[in-house]
Design a binder for this molecule. Structure first.
Ligand SMILES: CC(C)(COP(=O)(O)OP(=O)(O)OC[C@H]1O[C@@H](n2cnc3c(N)ncnc32)[C@H](O)[C@@H]1OP(=O)(O)O)[C@@H](O)C(=O)NCCC(=O)NCCS
Length: 166
């Protein structure tokens, strides 16, 4: 199965709203509160207008139809220092099938190619083994640990910083 990254459209938002409060997604990011649909819509409207952010839908190419199965976002796109933070969500039900790894590889191709960025980085909660493995498989290196940086699941947890340079 192959995947593509395509511009994030309103129909993808409808899908995303259906996954946003799943435990796998909330835990992966350390979200504290469930989000309402209108909060998610407002957030995506702000992101759409912010030129330092890029959001892309991950779609599976299954023959004639495309199925949206995730979301990749570039945050804080810095054109002077040529770097950006990357975040990803793969839909519950589509996880652990290699889609996240393929999506990060495609996102890096775009970042280091057409976007001419030099460095990509990510913040990963220390218990998020899937995310750590995914970034390491895509050539990201562990660069440091932010001690007890996030409050998640009733306690402070460390956040690992990952980076990859072109
Ligand atoms: C983290 C996430 C993006 C990974 O995407 P994915 O499509 O599930 O990952 P892949 O299938 O490409 O697997 C990557 C590695 O993680 C492992 N993995 C996947 N799910 C796992 C799980 N639940 N527990 C442990 N390892 C897991 C895979 O086995 C693979 O490692 P391997 O090649 O050594 O076997 C996805 O699980 C997700 O969206 N989680 C919720 C949100 C989140 O945590 N986002 C990242 C925030 S930094």
């Amino acid at each position: 199965m192959s995947i593509e990254l395509v511009p994030f459209e309103p129909e993808h938002l409808v899908k995303f709203i259906s996954w946003k409060n799943h435990l796998e997604v909330i835990q992966g990011f350390g979200f504290t509160f469930p989000l309402t649909s209108s909060q998610v819509k407002d957030h995506y409207e702000r992101v759409r207008k912010d030129e330092n952010l890029l959001q892309l839908a991950v779609v599976e190419n299954g023959g004639e139809h495309e199925e949206c199965c995730g979301l990749v976002k570039f945050y804080n796109i810095d054109r002077v220092h040529q770097k950006a933070e990357i975040r990803i969500i793969i839909a519950p039900g589509c996880q652990n099938k290699g889609i996240g790894t393929k999506a990060i590889e495609k996102a890096c191709d775009l970042a280091f190619g057409r976007m001419n960025l030099h460095r990509m980085y990510a913040y990963v909660l220390d218990f998020n083994t899937a995310s750590q493995k995914m970034f390491e498989k895509c050539g990201f290196k562990k660069e440091g640990i932010l001690k007890e940086d996030k409050f998640s699941g009733g306690k402070f947890v460390d956040v690992i910083m990952y980076g990859r340079v072109r």
